[in-house]
Design a protein around this ligand. Structure first.
Ligand SMILES: Cc1cc2nc3c(=O)[nH]c(=O)nc-3n(C[C@H](O)[C@H](O)[C@H](O)COP(=O)(O)O)c2cc1C
Length: 141
């Protein structure tokens, strides 16, 4: 299993309906591609009109992930994409990564959307967020 993590800036004026549209498309296409992952959208609520940001983790085969990212990167609804990490998930997780049987961090999410005020914009920050998130979901279930 291979993954790619990137960050980007949302197009100014992006609406909640745009986000919903992105997720609807993503869920359908990612299912076809056997891709899973998480899209984080951040906007500092304390600053009115503050531009939003994205951090997205995409996982699947290398071919599917890189092909999809090449498309996403040209999407006009965001700009300045910057890859934070890419490679086999085992390697990205490092020696301290929790054991995940499928190798995927989000096996049941074709593409989840989470809104946060502050985004984890590094690989280690994201992995920490993902571990906590996993625990929260487990507690809710
Ligand atoms: C931040 C962001 C994340 C996206 N994530 C995905 C995704 O995970 N999967 C996907 O198929 N499309 C995703 N898209 C949408 C694609 O860029 C593209 O619009 C989509 O693949 C459909 O292409 P089409 O609009 O030409 O039909 C994302 C777009 C943005 C702006």
């Amino acid at each position: 299993m291979y993954a790619l993590l990137y960050r980007s800036r949302a197009r100014p004026g992006l609406l909640a309906s745009d986000l919903n549209h992105i997720i609807e498309t993503a869920e359908a296409r990612n299912s076809d591609l056997d891709v899973t992952g998480l899209l984080l959208y951040g906007q500092l609520a304390v600053v009115p009109g503050a531009p939003g940001e994205f951090v997205q983790w995409i996982e699947g085969t290398e071919e599917a992930v890189e092909g999809l990212y090449a498309e996403i990167a040209t999407d006009k609804r965001h700009f300045d994409p910057e890859v934070l990490a890419r490679g086999p998930i085992r390697e990205l997780q490092g020696a301290n990564g929790a054991f995940v049987p499928s190798g995927r961090l989000f096996p049941t999410w074709s593409m989840g959307l989470v809104r946060l005020s502050e985004l984890p914009a590094t690989l280690s920050g994201f992995l920490e967020f993902a571990r906590d998130w996993d625990r929260q979901v487990a507690t809710m279930a």
